[in-house]
Design a binder for this molecule. Structure first.
Ligand code: SF4
Ligand code: SF4
Length: 292
């Protein structure tokens, strides 16, 4: 099995365009799983149009303080490495938005004043987009700020559904280089970083390379979207860093129109099927070479 994460240093670079066409291409040859881990704004389903047959809640255990039992001595606040609980002289407060649900405060409270309540933080929807394409997407609840638990649950759910039996797993990661993107990249075999030939594109690609290659040790390939007459800003950087540019997608009004209509690139323009097939082969090779 090869786990390929499609990532980018910022949103709007064409990550989903690449992930969906790559998944449809892979599924033509053998069983493939596509995970939409962009849980704050999942939109791969618009393109692959899955039949969703399962809908499950993702929950986190949030501490609740019993004011009658709390003696306000502050041990919980001392053990919380995320500063998500504060013991004031008359009240102990939990800041749910930054609580990592680690459970330490409940374990360490000598008065037994902390219980844990399951709170829904998101949902997982799964089904099939084609006979050989399993599709699973995570969606963060609107009121929630922490997406990594939903991404973790998404990957665990995919494992339960048997992603390890599939030849190819493609993960559409959240944009950026913060914790959600790192969560999606963890455990991957290879990262495809999608960028565009602009100063912003270069800046964000540089950050994404630092996370995927330098921090997580993944082999990295680059997909250059909105390619034009002068791609030198990205070419010079990739050459200096030894990063292969595996696919160029031109700045083309017809591609943008198909995207806005929810049509995958390989279906809107079938000649791209061969290019995505080549992209898949080169990406797998990067992963295999790293393992050798
Ligand atoms: S450790 Fe328990 S008793 Fe002490 S302040 Fe925290 S909740 Fe209250
Ligand atoms: S569960 Fe963990 S992160 Fe949340 S408040 Fe308690 S110690 Fe802090």
């Amino acid at each position: 099995m090869t786990k390929i994460v499609i990532a980018s240093g910022k949103g709007g670079t064409g990550k989903t365009l690449v992930a969906t066409s790559l998944a449809l291409t892979a599924a033509r040859a053998s069983p493939c799983t596509l995970l939409d881990a962009d849980v704050e704004a999942p939109n791969s389903a618009i393109f692959v149009k899955p039949e969703l047959v399962s809908h499950i809640q993702v929950e986190r255990l949030i501490p609740r303080v019993d004011a009658k039992r709390c003696t306000h001595h502050g041990r919980c606040a001392k053990v919380c490495q995320y500063h998500a609980i504060a013991a004031l002289p008359t009240k102990t407060l939990v800041f749910e938005e930054i609580c990592h649900a680690c459970g330490s405060c409940a374990v360490q409270c000598p008065e037994g004043a902390i219980s844990e309540e399951a709170v829904s933080v998101g949902v997982l929807d799964s089904g099939w987009a084609a006979r050989t394409l399993t599709f699973i997407q995570g969606t963060l609840n609107i009121s929630q700020a922490m997406s990594p638990p939903v991404i973790r649950a998404l990957k665990q759910h995919a494992l339960k559904l048997g992603w390890d039996a599939h030849d190819i797993v493609i993960i559409d990661a959240p944009p950026g280089t913060a914790c959600p993107a790192v969560e999606a990249l963890k455990g991957a075999d290879v990262a495809l970083l999608v960028t565009e030939p602009t100063p912003f594109g270069l800046h964000d690609l540089t950050l994404a390379v630092e996370v995927a290659r330098d921090m997580l040790g993944l082999p990295v390939g680059v997909v250059l979207n909105k390619s034009g007459d002068d791609d030198s800003i990205i070419e010079i950087y990739c050459h200096a860093e030894g990063l292969p540019i595996l696919l160029r997608i031109p700045l083309d009004r017809h591609i943008a129109e198909a995207y806005s209509d929810g049509i995958p690139l390989v279906l809107a323009q079938p000649p791209y099927q061969a290019q995505f097939h080549t992209l898949l082969q080169h990406t797998i090779r990067l992963a295999v070479e790293k393992k050798l």
